[in-house]
Structures are given as structure tokens and as C-alpha cells.
Design a protein around this ligand. Structure first.
Ligand SMILES: [Zn+2]
Length: 151
């Protein structure tokens, strides 16, 4: 995966939210375990379709039962997970299709909430559009800042 900042964004390329996102993509793409550096939590909605999560195993992993089925994802192992909002597999969750998640630095406590939505279609080469929460309405106050391309 490759992140490309958009110069059309009102958020600067050096903004901590952009730099942090670029770091996350590089780390995940390299297959690194980021859990000791950052806590990634979902916002209570399915990472693929954005619907509200209600089933405990889905709340635990961030993917609803229907979407888990479509993704070939086994929910059964997540039922007993204690830290309910933590995303267990960031690579799966963050790029599931319509994921809202918060990344919190374990070192500084700095946090940003992102919405990463994939372009419509079936083509595997289609990109994801990355937006960051900039206001108090965590459903709508997102600003576009860049695109993630599959390799
Ligand atoms: Zn879903």
C-alpha cells in the first residue's frame, strides 16, 4: 500500500494527523505490529459497511456478522475479547471498505480519528480515500487529505 497526500486538502502535508497516518500506512504495509506504539480503536461501526455494531464478537473486532461472512472472516474467536473497541487486526479493519477508527499514540496520548473509504466497484486496484475528523460531529466533520493505493 502507498499513501499519497493530496495537495487539494485544506490540511497541510506536515500536520500531525497526516504525518501520523502516513506512518501508520508504512508500518502496516511493512507488516509491523504497531500495537506497542499506537492503540487503534473503532468507532462502533462495521469497518466494511459502516453499520452500527451490536453483536459482541463484532464489537470486539470491528466487523459485522454479514460483512465478516463476505470477507471470509471468522468471528468466533473474538467473543471473549476484553478490550472491546480495540481493533485486533488493523490491516483488515482499516481497509475493510468504510472504516472509522481512532489512532492514539501510546507515548504522547495524541489521537486522531480517520475515515478510510474505498472507491466503489470490484476492481482490486481501486484506492481508498482518507479523511480525518476535524470537528465535533464524528459522523460528518471529516476532511479529505489523501489517497491510499494498493501496490
Ligand atoms: Zn458491515
Amino acid at each position: 500500500m502507498r499513501f499519497k497526500y493530496s495537495s487539494k486538502s485544506s490540511i497541510g502535508p506536515d500536520a500531525p494527523s497526516v504525518v501520523g497516518f502516513a506512518w501508520l500506512i508504512r508500518a502496516l504495509d511493512a507488516g509491523r505490529d504497531v500495537s506497542s506504539l499506537a492503540l487503534i480503536t473503532h468507532e462502533g461501526r462495521c469497518g466494511r459497511c459502516g453499520r452500527l455494531l451490536t453483536v459482541p464478537a463484532s464489537v470486539a473486532c470491528g466487523i459485522g456478522p454479514e460483512c465478516a461472512g463476505k470477507m471470509g472472516f471468522d468471528l468466533s474467536g473474538f467473543a471473549e475479547h476484553a478490550d472491546v473497541a480495540a481493533v485486533l487486526d488493523p490491516m483488515t479493519y482499516c481497509f475493510a471498505g468504510s472504516a472509522r477508527f481512532t489512532v492514539t499514540s501510546r507515548k504522547t496520548g495524541t489521537r486522531f480519528t480517520y475515515h478510510v473509504r474505498r472507491a466503489k466497484g470490484e476492481d482490486e486496484s481501486r484506492p481508498w480515500f482518507a479523511r480525518v475528523l476535524t470537528g465535533s460531529d464524528n459522523e460528518n466533520d471529516y476532511e479529505f487529505f489523501g489517497t491510499v493505493f494498493p501496490k
